[in-house]
Each structure stands twice: as C-alpha cells, then as structure tokens.
Ligand binder design. Structure first.
Ligand SMILES: O=C(O)CCC(=O)C(=O)O
Ligand SMILES: [Fe+2]
Length: 336
C-alpha cells in the first residue's frame, strides 16, 4: 500500500516491437521525460520512449479535410501504459457498425430469454448468436495495427488456440431499473479461490489482463481510476473498501431514479474515479487490473462488445488460474 505516490515509477520502451518495462527508481512520476533529457546516461530519445505528438486541432481546418476513421499513434501507446486505458475513436466504419448492431439486437433477445428483463450481458456470444460481424471487427487492419503497436507481437488476433472463445460478450442496458457492479480489479476482487499474491506478481505482465469495451452506441457506463494498474491500492482506496468481497451499491427496493443517483454517488465515492466516455464506434482497450466498474442505466440503450485480448500466457492463466495454496475458497483480502 502507498499514499498514491508510486514508489517505483515505471517507464517503458519498445524493444523489437515489444513493450518493455524499465523499473526506474527515483524517476519523477508521471513520466517526466522529455526528448533530449537523459536516463542512465543515455539520451531519452535513444531509449525509444513514446513522445507525445503535437496536438492536432481540427478547428482551423476546412470541413472536407477532417479525417474520419481511426489510426493508432504513439499517444495511444503512452496512454495505455500510463493510464491503463486508451480509446480508439471512430474505429468501426458505418456499414460494420450497422451489422454489429443487428447482431447485438439478436443477442439482447437471447440474453433476456435466458436471464430475464434485468439481464446485463450475453457471454459468450459465439454460443448463442451468429457472430460474423464480430469476426469482421477483429479483422479490421487499423485495429490489428493498434493492438500490435501497443502490446507487441504474439497476440491471437481472433480467437484463443482452441478456436472457441469463452469470453467475447456483449454488455446491455437492463430493462427496468439501474444496476451497478462493485468497484474491482478483475481476478483479484472477483475470483474467490485465486492466490492474489501470484496475481500481484503478474500485475505488470502486459501479456495478460488486457480487456476491451467496444461501444456500438454511446456508452458512459464504465468508470476507472487512471494509473491504478501500476500500483497497489492507496491508503484511501483501502479505507474505502477494506473488506472482501467488495459490496455493490445496495439498491434494494429503491425507485429507479433514486437507485440511479445512488449508483452515481457510489461511482464517485472512489478517490480519483473518472467516467470513460465512449461514443458509437469507439473501442476502449484497458487493463482489467485497473480499478473499474460498470454502472448500468436502464433508459439508455447499451450494446458494448466486451472482450479480452488473447495471448499464450493469458490463455494459460485463463485455463488454470493460480489457486490459494491452502485450498481456501474464501476471497483473500489485499488489505490484510
Ligand atoms: O460494464 C462494464 O463496463 C464493466 C464490466 C466489468 O468490469 C466486468 O465484467 O468485470
Ligand atoms: Fe471488470
């Protein structure tokens, strides 16, 4: 635990196209490097550190020159490692977006048949609906380029090795009233028999814990604590959620508007929380080791593809995650 100041700030470089972490004790955080400054006797530019591109303003450009569509930049790489998430704006072209929405509508019918009107997801989709538009999404060259630039080679661009994806899903708006997940870091806070000490050792392993929310409609449901993927819980976070399992907001019999406001208050109660704002066609790549949650609103259509990025090591972890040595099934508490 620390006070929100990183004891061991991290910088990274790409080595043979693969992101590579340098544990850089005593380096000012966040990322106080500049081209031309030096680290370990070397010019920073020689280390290949991402340098933020000049900000591009559309304001002074004629309308016809505004670029549509997505292209990855070093800024996405930088954001991903620094904040734990980055958004590929306008990734999905219109015709594919229409096809994905149609697919998602079919999925919503199935989700509600299976789990009732409050269903918030269908997962895995390949088990329940025809998924060609989803596979077309995975084939987008701009997406493949982006994931490879950020995570390096060795990414399974489509499906895990057995070809049967247990994760790819769609997140939906519930039909009758709001619903909200608990604040959590995935695996650590929602897999009861996990050995969280091993999770902690792997927290900075960029080959695992990469997750996706790809919005088919505007989506403001996901909240995150930027930068938390790089560190333990701060004292304030541990104080906010001292116990395991972490409680969701308790809506009980609350009327919908009351529940909605209570859900928002719960989201904001986490120190440093920010709301991720996705628009139609935006693709958010994030570390699921980041503090995050989903706050679901019943009156606003949500259909967001929820997916993982498969690699050999993540497949291995997924098949058999590390169990508590004493075989305990009760969730371990990182604060004790
Ligand atoms: O609904 C969301 O955006 C987040 C969902 C989530 O965190 C999860 O399924 O673990
Ligand atoms: Fe999660």
């Amino acid at each position: 635990m620390n006070d929100g100041i990183l004891a061991e700030p991290l910088i990274y470089r790409r080595q043979n196209g693969t992101p590579h972490l340098l544990i850089n004790k005593g380096y000012p955080f966040p990322f106080a490097y500049k081209t031309g400054s030096s680290y370990a006797g070397k010019q920073v530019s020689e280390l290949g550190l991402a340098v933020l591109p000049e900000k591009v303003s559309h304001l002074d450009q004629p309308q016809e020159n505004i670029q549509m569509g997505f292209k990855v930049t070093d800024q996405h790489v930088d954001e991903y490692y620094r904040n734990g998430f980055t958004i590929f704006r306008e990734l999905i072209p219109a015709s594919l977006l229409s096809d994905l929405r149609e697919m998602a509508d079919q999925g919503l019918t199935v989700a509600r048949e299976l789990n009732g009107p409050q269903a918030q997801r269908l997962q895995p989709i390949i088990k329940h609906i025809e998924c060609k538009p989803y596979f077309d999404l995975l084939e987008l060259q701009s997406l493949r380029d982006a994931v490879e630039l950020i995570l390096g080679e060795g990414i399974y661009h489509d499906r895990p090795p057995n070809g049967d994806d247990p994760v790819a899903g769609i997140l939906y708006h519930p039909q009758q009233k709001p619903w909200c997940t608990q604040w959590h870091r995935d695996w650590r806070d929602n897999v009861a028999d996990l050995d969280i000490n091993v999770w902690k050792e792997r927290q900075l392993d960029w080959r695992i814990f990469n997750q996706v929310n790809c919005a088919l409609y505007e989506d403001h449901c996901t909240w995150v604590v930027p930068g938390s993927h790089l560190r333990d819980d701060t004292r304030a976070e541990a104080k906010r959620f001292p116990d395991r399992p972490i409680p969701r907001p308790d809506f009980g019999e609350l009327e919908a508007a009351e529940a909605e406001l209570q859900g928002l208050a719960y989201c904001r109660s986490m120190p440093g929380a920010v709301q991720a704002q996705l628009n139609a066609g935006d693709y958010m790549l994030y570390r699921n080791s980041l503090w995050h949650l989903g706050n679901y609103c019943h009156y606003k259509k949500r259909a967001t593809i929820h997916d993982g990025i498969w690699t050999e090591s993540f497949w291995k972890w997924f098949q058999e995650h590390p169990k508590q040595p004493d075989g305990k099934k009760e969730m371990m508490n990182p604060n004790r």
